[in-house]
Design a protein around this ligand. Structure first.
Ligand SMILES: Nc1ncnc2c1ncn2[C@@H]1O[C@H](COP(=O)(O)OP(=O)(O)O)[C@@H](O)[C@H]1O
Ligand SMILES: [Mg+2]
Length: 352
């Protein structure tokens, strides 16, 4: 039976640009086109969609409820499909799930704790290390002092933000070969992005990203490989913010890698997903070095649903579609809450 789905999201215009903001300040936020595609997918699945908007819009709609009359919320939705990245602070992705949980409103996707853990790449890396999941060696630099002493890894390094996504803060200059470059990039992350810098061993090789769907058990989808200027052997190249909107960057699916490596990456992706308590959907990013050793870069429990990205690419390889996968993800969440009659096995992994 069709459900009423509330949609929470952050449009790029949710960010009011200040004079000191970097050029990529709203990199993670959504385009109206993505929202329309999600709405169309659920409508095609026989559901109604109510556009709620960002956390402030959610909050103001929740505040109209009358708890004294036993009314916990007045959204009048069966479940919320949340893709809010949030705008302020490192708990920003956790805000919508916290409010929904407080009000007892079912929602699709991971909870506040998982979103907090994974937005902070260093916290997530510590968990990966504790479970023996391979991740690139790193150190954290809160200032440009003592960098020489802190860097026991050597060069090249990549210098990144700790709690941003969508390659925000990542440009060609992020790969550094010497102390001078390291100081320059650490200063940039500290001063402009206002957070400690995550300095990681640069993994020369190929880059893979893999969606994981479902809960009992979660399953890894076909692997998507990043190609730059027509080459999947990226070597020293990587996914910069500029490249997101350039034709130089393309996706190859299934990835041109051995059956053995495919299996290894998919198994690792599921381990990563479970390690941070992901639910319903997620996407794990990897680099694989030239010897074939995989390293987890991060997991995204709120992966991009932009139709240009992997959630519109891997479905085609399994004879499915963007719309069918989104409806399937909804089905996983409905099943978790006991709101759906179907068992997980009955939810088709095919397009209608
Ligand atoms: N250790 C690394 N070695 C090589 N390239 C990296 C490394 N870490 C990140 N990158 C490059 O930077 C991109 C963004 O890094 P990632 O950690 O996935 O952060 P984001 O949250 O911005 O996607 C990656 O897709 C990859 O191309
Ligand atoms: Mg990434």
């Amino acid at each position: 039976m069709g459900k009423t789905i509330g949609l929470t999201y952050n449009l790029k215009t949710d960010w009011v640009c200040g004079p000191d903001d970097p050029y990529d300040v709203n990199a993670e936020l959504d385009k109206p086109h993505t929202i329309e595609k999600i709405v169309q997918a659920f409508e095609a699945g026989g559901h109604r969609v109510k556009r709620i908007g960002n956390v402030h819009q959610l909050l103001s709609q929740l505040q109209l409820s009358q708890p004294e009359l036993g009314q916990l919320d007045n959204l009048n939705v069966d479940i919320v499909f949340n893709i809010c990245e949030g705008t302020v602070g490192r708990n920003r992705e956790s805000q919508v799930p916290m409010l929904l949980e407080l009000k007892g409103i079912p929602y699709v996707g991971s909870d506040a704790l998982t979103l907090g853990i994974t937005l902070d790449k260093v916290v997530a890396k510590k968990l990966f290390i504790s479970e023996g999941i391979p991740t690139a060696r790193y150190f954290v630099a809160g200032s440009t002092e003592d960098l020489e002493k802190q860097n026991t890894i050597g060069y090249p390094l990549i210098v990144k933000t700790i709690h941003e996504g969508s390659s925000k803060g990542i440009s060609r200059d992020s790969r550094v070969e010497d102390l001078e470059g390291l100081k320059r990039q650490v200063h940039l992350i500290n001063a402009v992005y206002k957070q400690p810098a995550l300095c990681e061993e640069f993994i020369k090789g190929t880059e893979l990203t893999v969606a994981v769907l479902g809960n009992e058990p979660p399953r890894a989808m076909p692997i998507v490989q990043v190609s730059i200027d027509g080459d999947t052997n990226l070597g020293d190249e990587f996914y910069t913010f500029e490249r997101i909107s350039s034709t130089a960057l393309q996706y190859v699916c299934p990835a041109k890698i051995s059956v053995e490596l495919t299996r290894k990456i998919q198994d690792l992706a599921v381990r990563v997903y479970k390690c941070v308590g992901c639910r319903d959907l997620g996407r794990v990013d990897f680099r694989v070095d030239q010897k074939g050793n995989p390293y987890v870069l991060e997991i995204n429990p709120l992966p991009s649903l932009d139709p240009k990205d992997s959630f519109n690419i891997f479905p085609k390889v399994i004879g499915s579609s963007y719309d069918a996968v989104l409806n399937q993800i909804l089905g996983f969440a409905l099943a978790r809450y006991g709101l759906e009659q179907k068992t997980l096995e009955e939810i088709p992994l095919r397009s209608r």
